[in-house]
Design a protein around this ligand. Sequence first.
Ligand code: 3PG
Length: 213
Amino acid sequence: MNTVDQLRKCGIVPVVVINKVEEAVPLAKALLAGGINCAEITFRTEAAADAIAAMAKEVPDMIVGAGTVLTVEQAELAVKNGATFLVSPGIDEDVIKAAERLGVAMLPGAVTPTEMIQGMKLGIKLFKFFPAGNYGGIKTIKSLAAPFTAFEFCPTGGVSLENLADYLSFKKIAFVGGSWMCPANLISEGKWDEIEELTRQAVTRFRELRPAN
Ligand code: 3PG
């Protein structure tokens, strides 16, 4: 199974901000214990690259990706450290080509038809839709999916347990991303049990909504 299909099967990609590298492994274990076997570690902190390396090496059951990838250098660093998928908030030709060259899955962000056509020209068919809540959520995604029949979407930004059903009831949603099961305060306070429980709730809801996965 390729990486995108593995993420599709998991259904929910935790968007993670790690401030200290030592948070990476216990976080991965909490997510796994709750039933999620993937994580997007965002390049929003100094610790991101080392956190990717620690998680990929020490928790081999996790599918580890890098998020907020804005440059080719970050793409290369992420893959060198073990990331198998890259997520970017927007479309950048150089980053998309780097992902192709590095042999990893790429999920670039797009919220307008023009951006989607740009992505399409670069071979993209699965787009991050971010920040989903601010750009009209599932209503906008459904409108975009009408002309772009071959595209799938991963909404992130404002996705929660409460609105998961709105997104996952639409079949063009490949999977969703979000931080609600691993918020920054629970990570910094080391509340791994609470993260595990929030993850379990998310997985339970996902299985109700997509039992075939
Ligand atoms: C992202 O980068 O995808 C978002 O920051 C995640 O958004 P959330 O915190 O609203 O889930």
